[in-house]
Design a protein around this ligand. Structure first.
Ligand code: UD1
Length: 361
């Protein structure tokens, strides 16, 4: 069997790691196509080296642009690659512009498409990720769902016959790296200057378009982070840096200390060392849950509703309520040793993905 994986943005590289490892244990041919949506070393190269992913076989180098330009650039650049390779499956990951473009390009060439992390929904049609999820699910031939909730969403859209519950590949990678970090005796992560890793701190990220692109909302969010009760290690995505500069908003003030995005193992170590997490990232919400740290999510909704159970994750859409909510959460949070459920599976999702592709090839 020949499979082409299409990836381009940071969260896709994390999901690719266990899939590439699972393929490496088989005789199947696995070709990695990197679209180049993320091109900064912090968002791309360090994930290949840090997670032991083989170098991409093809790099499309599309870079940044508006949604239409970026999606169209991937679509045009990947066409000859798929035409040349003619794989048994094109595997697309998550909900980025690279996901949608990979799926559409494959469908147009009548190549079977499988969507990993299918069925997630925020029901917020203003999010670019939501358009990408819905359109990719309806284009794909095989929907690899991470949770029962995702399976329910797919069934509700008439897609049950094409869906398979495989579990969440993020569990595979997160728990493996957690064990490595623990075995190394918790090496201190590269936190921003001014954050003492031996003292309580909060770990924060902010990058979603709906939080960064409206200057008023971004200013309110940054002011709320400044007022948090503990030092805040803000690991800044390039989009956040760029928008803050454009709108004249100073990030590094009050409780906030700004640092660069971390490689995956550094991120896991930083979460394990933190008193709590404040974020708008889907991946980080789940990592906080898997690593038993309380999370505050700066959005009105979450696709990962399972993290809300037991008080591990709280939605705080209104920045003005953030300092108060964070205080309340720190006071009432579940202790890290409190068990969570296992809604995301057993950490062997990647194996199940390969088996499902084999069975349906
Ligand atoms: C993308 C995904 C989002 C995912 C996120 C993870 C879409 C629509 N969004 O958002 O779902 O959660 O990746 O990080 O696909 N930039 C750089 N260097 C880079 C990459 C981006 O400076 O390596 C800057 C550019 O100014 C660019 C902006 O960030 O215009 C946005 O990048 P883009 O890839 O469009 O989306 P993300 O915000 O990263």
């Amino acid at each position: 069997m020949k499979v082409v994986s299409v990836v381009g943005a940071r969260p896709q590289l994390v999901k690719l790691a266990p899939i590439a490892a699972a393929f490496a244990r088989t005789a199947h041919e696995h070709i990695i196509v990197h679209t180049g949506q993320h091109y900064d070393a912090d968002l791309s190269d360090v994930f290949f080296s840090g997670l032991g992913i083989p170098d991409p076989d093809v790099h499309l180098g599309v870079g940044s642009g508006s949604h239409g330009i970026q999606t169209g650039a991937v679509l045009a650049a990947i066409d000859p690659v798929l035409d040349r390779e003619k794989p048994d499956w094109v595997l697309v990951y998550g909900d980025t512009n690279s996901t949608l473009a990979g799926a559409v390009a494959a469908v147009k060439q009548h190549l079977p498409v499988a969507h990993l992390e299918a069925g997630l929904r925020s029901f917020n049609r203003r999010m670019p990720e939501e358009h990408n999820r819905v359109l990719t699910d309806h284009a794909a031939d095989l929907l690899l769902a991470p949770t029962d909730e995702a399976m329910r969403h797919l069934a509700a859209e008439g897609l049950a016959a094409r869906s398979a519950l495989v579990g969440d590949v993020m569990v595979d990678v997160c728990l493996r790296i957690r064990d490595d970090v623990r075995a190394d005796g918790h090496p201190a992560p590269a936190l921003p200057e001014g954050i003492d890793p031996t003292q309580p701190y909060l770990l924060a990220t902010l990058h979603r378009a709906e939080n960064t692109d409206d200057p008023r909302r971004l200013a309110d969010l940054v002011a709320a982070l400044n007022d948090l009760p503990l030092p805040v290690a803000l690991l800044a995505h390039p989009r956040l840096i760029a928008r803050a500069r454009e709108h004249g908003i100073k990030l590094d003030q009050g409780a906030v200390r700004v640092g660069r995005p971390l490689p995956y193992a550094g991120m896991v170590a930083a979460v394990l060392g933190a008193a709590g997490v404040v974020t708008d990232s889907g991946g980080l919400q789940k990592e906080a849950y898997l690593l038993h740290r309380p999370c505050t999510t700066l959005r009105p909704e979450t696709e990962w509703v399972e993290t809300l159970e037991g008080g591990w994750n709280h939605l705080v859409p209104d920045p003005h309520q953030l300092p108060e909510a964070a205080w309340a959460e720190l006071a009432t949070r579940p202790a890290p040793e409190t068990p969570t459920g296992t809604p995301y599976g057993d950490g062997r999702a990647a194996e199940r993905v390969v088996q499902t592709l084999e069975q349906q090839a």
